[in-house]
Design a binder for this molecule. Structure first.
Ligand code: ADP
Length: 464
């Protein structure tokens, strides 16, 4: 795999090589255009200075040589050639002492020789540094009636002064710092990505507790923050899913065991009729509970997945509420509960079937969790923006603590222990109200009763 780190490193090194090449080409062009000519002129001027001195002082072989040796020490390589072609060298020796044809003209015609010009054919300035006799400047002079040629070139070793070493060190240090800095930056950039990849693998294996500690103020920081949020949400969903499955299993298991147990008892030949009736009643009740549980679960699941085909139709909400009351009239009488309602005629647009479920759940809860001889009040009124439906009972009420869990799936309060139910009713109420973009308010005082207020926004069509 081409890791990001490797790609970054290769790109950095590539850029460095390219910049060195470009820098070299520019420096070379500058040398050819400006520096080379200046260097030749400078060297010719120095050579002429030297021969100027030699020409004015009276000739003495010793003095002549020691003067040229002193000049060589100042940083020059010198070749003194007499008209017979004999060469005497001063300073650092040349690597190649071949005498170029061009240079003969110094002795024969008294011309000035500029060796660097011989490198015009070459593109690079490397010629400037070759330690050879033909890479010199030569000037003629006369001494004691004889013509000599003085050929000099700056000794590159001596010319490379302290300032050059400082400069080279400076450039090398910059390059080193840049390379190390780039590698460090690449590491900093890729490390969190590697961590994120590792965390993703853990999530794929359903481990939602992988510690991801990336604290940064940039896009990667934001990404890891979102990742942590996602991880927490997945963890929460996973727990909810597991507890949902265990609740469902338990809620299916207990009625099934009851049915199985009482069915076994029914097999006895000498069973009194009264017991037989009681057992079949229990089996019937448990079978109904299973059926209602399945129906509610199916409804919740389809609401969850957004698979439920919402039907938006306009209907009389007050009539629907009256219908629900009529349906449960027998239970109200059985429990001796007094019900009153104030239902303003209201047209509403929504899914009538789902909303019927809501009212039935709220009404049966108001009956189930009421006290014998208690009462229920149902209210319906609307304004420009919304309709409000309230169910108020004088039942056992709901504790502060239970209020927070009321709409959780399978939540059943203490009061629900002795009543039938699945703990899914209010979850369905919540889902349906949310689908209609509404909200639920619950007011309750333990011991005094509860009030559930559903607010549903009116659609534009109804408002008109
Ligand atoms: P259940 O099938 O238990 O009625 P719900 O989801 O309808 O399930 O209600 C969840 C729990 O909320 C109930 O078990 C009960 O403890 C509490 N609850 C719901 N409605 C009322 C109410 N009107 N008065 C008191 N407690 C209520």
């Amino acid at each position: 795999m081409k890791t990001l780190y490797r790609q970054f490193t290769v790109a950095t090194l590539f850029l460095l090589v390219i910049s060195i090449l470009i820098g070299f080409i520019i420096a070379n062009a500058f040398y050819l255009a400006v520096t080379k000519e200046e260097t030749i002129e400078q060297n010719v001027a120095i050579a002429e200075e030297i021969v100027g001195t030699l020409e004015v002082v009276p000739y003495s072989a010793d003095g002549f040589e020691s003067y040229l040796e002193a000049v060589a020490k100042l940083g020059y390589q010198i070749a003194l050639v007499d008209s017979a072609g004999n060469k005497t060298f001063f300073g650092e020796p040349f690597d190649d002492t071949a005498f170029p044809e061009e240079a003969e003209r110094v002795l024969t015609e008294g011309a000035v020789y500029t060796g660097l010009d011989n490198f015009t054919g070459r593109i690079f300035m490397i010629g400037h540094f070759t330690n050879e006799l033909h890479n010199t400047v030569g000037v003629p002079f006369e001494q004691g009636g004889e013509r000599y040629g003085l050929f000099i070139r700056p000794d590159t070793k001596l010319v490379a002064t302290d300032i050059h070493s400082v400069l080279i060190g400076f450039v090398a240090a910059i390059a080193l710092v840049i390379i190390i800095g780039m590698l460090w930056m690449a590491r900093q950039l890729t490390r969190p990505i590697v961590q994120l990849t590792e965390a993703t693998k853990h999530i794929a294996r359903e481990n939602f507790s992988y510690p991801l500690d990336i604290r940064r103020n940039d896009e990667i920081g934001q990404l890891s923050e979102s990742f942590n949020l996602m991880q927490n949400q997945l963890k929460h969903n996973d727990l909810a899913r597991k507890s949902f499955i265990s609740n469902v299993s338990h809620d299916f298991q207990s009625p099934l065991m009851n049915i199985q147990g009482y069915a076994d008892l029914l097999k006895a030949d000498d069973l009194p009729d009264a017991d037989r009736l009681a057992y079949t009643a229990i089996i019937d009740q448990e079978a109904k509970r299973l059926s209602s549980l399945t129906r509610q679960l199916l409804l919740l699941t389809s609401l969850d997945q957004g698979a439920y085909p919402m039907k938006a139709e306009e209907f009389a909400l007050d009539e629907q509420l009256k219908g629900a009351v009529r349906k449960y009239r027998w239970r109200l009488e059985e429990e001796d509960i007094n019900l009153s309602y104030h239902l303003a005629p209201t047209r509403f647009r929504g899914d009538a079937e789902l909303l019927e479920n809501v009212w039935e759940n709220l009404l049966t809860n108001a009956i189930k969790y009421n006290k014998p001889g208690g009462s229920i009040e149902i209210g319906l009124h609307s304004d420009e923006e919304s309709v409000q439906v309230s169910f108020k009972d004088t039942g056992v009420g709901i504790s502060e603590e239970a209020l927070g869990q009321l709409f959780d799936r399978f939540y059943r309060g203490d009061a629900a222990r002795n009543t039938d139910g699945t703990g899914l009713g209010l979850s369905i109420v919540h889902q349906v109200v949310t689908l209609h973009h509404g909200k639920i308010d619950v007011k309750s005082k333990p011991g005094d009763g509860s009030e559930f207020i559903i607010t549903l926004p009116l659609t534009d069509r109804i408002r008109n």
